[in-house]
Design a protein around this ligand. Structure first.
Ligand code: FCB
Length: 442
């Protein structure tokens, strides 16, 4: 397996999942801070108050990245650190944290990729309706512009939103994520306004004409396959495929929502103003693909959505209950290329949670994660070999962290984190990845 010399080898994280000290130095509360402090929302009552204490340990964490041999790191900016109420007055101390982090990464020879929105909306903006309020698109673009001006000279890769589908579905439709809403109308609005926010931010980026910097969006994608060739199973698989894979990408690349979904949601379908699709379609430089698993779907009349996922006998499942299906990475990358053309792609997330525990020698042996990593890199390589313009791979995650509604119970890291002592340990998978990268870069 030989990847191109310029390939980026990274790991990814997100602000609320690792930083801790969410209100430090004048930061405003985010919806995740508020949500995790609402009883009954997060497994074991966990919060991001301390998380990996990365806010104080960022230098040590850059050292770990160096030991892993990473030449890239994807992280997100907490909007409410920089703009405590989401708009208006800038909190210089919050901005300085990210400036120091970026400078530290550059000194270590690590290319930063910034995600502007990884789910932690400033709480004050939620009080105005959050993403369901159309003005949120403008608030986001203003915040994005502030970040481009502050760090555009040093950060070559920018992603507007992380997984808008998850925000829409889990945040506004099913309620397991902040802001915890269950409202199909609000969900459709939130989805549309996130698209608009993305488009406006890309326009602001272009207006700044930042040399040598690129912008894209990060979406969660994966094959949605029928459990049998019965017409009902095929129908639900097509519906899920349109919902998960096309809902955000069709507007961005084709300027329209997929019909199947629009018909399915009927009266709740988003209201598209005349100029919206033109803004949403503003060309991007790359697409970020987060890939974890596939869904095998069967028709099920007793389910509100009319479908259920079918367990695959003999297949390995992660702690998240996600099937390990490496071929799906190849399949989805090929699909993106066939459907949307030769857009450069970064795999911005790919990883697995397994029950890791340090042994008496203080080592964490995680052979299943090594296998996962290897098998997915093979599929990435296969896609590259078959002509997909793949530019980099970011493992999720650099270190064990706050896994949203599951709190600290799911460990995805290359680094094991002892949440009592904040000690980090490199798992076998970290050692394996380090060796793999070293060979690629030699
Ligand atoms: C993705 C999220 C990321 C992490 C992984 C496991 O959906 O983008 O923050 O939680 O799943």
């Amino acid at each position: 397996m030989r990847f191109p010399k310029a390939f980026l080898w990274g790991a990814a994280t997100a602000a609320y999942q690792i930083e801790g000290s969410p209100l430090a130095d004048g930061a405003g509360a985010s919806i995740w801070h508020r949500f995790s402090h609402t009883p009954g929302t997060i497994l074991n009552g966990d919060t991001g108050d301390v998380a990996c204490d990365h806010y104080h340990r960022w230098q040590e964490d850059i050292e770990w990245m160096r030991r892993l041999g990473l030449n890239a790191y994807r992280f997100s900016v907490a909007w409410a650190r920089v703009l405590p109420t989401g708009r208006g007055v800038v909190n210089q101390k919050g901005l300085d944290f990210y400036k120091r982090l970026v400078d530290g990464l550059l000194r270590a020879g690590i290319t930063p990729m910034i995600t502007l929105y990884h789910w932690d909306l400033p709480a004050e903006l939620q009080d105005l309706g959050g993403w369901a309020n159309r003005d949120c698109a403008k608030w986001f673009a203003d915040y994005a512009c502030l970040m481009f001006r502050a760090l555009g000279d040093r950060v070559p890769l920018w992603a507007t939103l992380n997984e808008p589908w998850v925000v829409m579905a889990l945040g506004y439709l099913w309620g397991q994520h902040a802001p915890g809403m269950r409202d199909i109308g609000a969900a459709a609005k939130a989805g549309h306004h996130m698209l608009l926010a993305h488009g406006k931010a890309v326009q602001a980026f272009r207006a700044e004409s930042i040399p040598n910097a690129q912008i894209g969006i990060v979406t969660n994608l994966g094959p949605q396959q029928p459990a049998s060739d019965s017409p009902q199973d095929q129908m639900v698989a097509t519906l899920w495929h349109n919902f998960i894979n096309r809902y955000f990408l069709d507007p961005i690349f084709h300027g329209e929502y997929p019909d199947t979904i629009i018909n399915f949601i009927g009266e709740f379908a988003p209201k598209v103003a005349p100029d919206d699709m033109r803004i949403i379609q503003t060309p991007i430089d790359f697409l970020g693909v987060n890939y974890y698993t596939r869904n095998v779907l069967a028709y099920d009349a007793s389910d509100p959505i009319g479908s259920r996922t079918v367990h695959q006998e003999g297949k390995l499942y992660t702690e998240m209950g996600w099937e390990v299906y490496p071929e799906g990475l190849y399949e989805i990358l090929k699909w993106v290329q066939a459907e949307y053309g030769d857009i450069p792609i970064y795999i911005t997330e790919n990883g697995a949670a397994f029950p890791d525990t340090p042994n008496a020698q203080g080592e964490v042996d995680d052979p299943l994660r090594v296998e996962y990593l290897k098998a997915h890199l093979e599929q990435a390589h296969r896609a590259l070999h078959d002509g997909v313009p793949l530019k980099g791979y970011f493992y999720w995650s650099l270190m064990d962290n706050f896994e949203w509604a599951f709190g600290y119970s799911k460990r995805f890291g290359l680094l094991y984190v002892n949440f009592e002592t904040q000690q980090r340990l490199m798992k076998s998978s970290g050692h394996w990845y380090a060796e793999f990268i070293a060979k690629q870069r030699s």
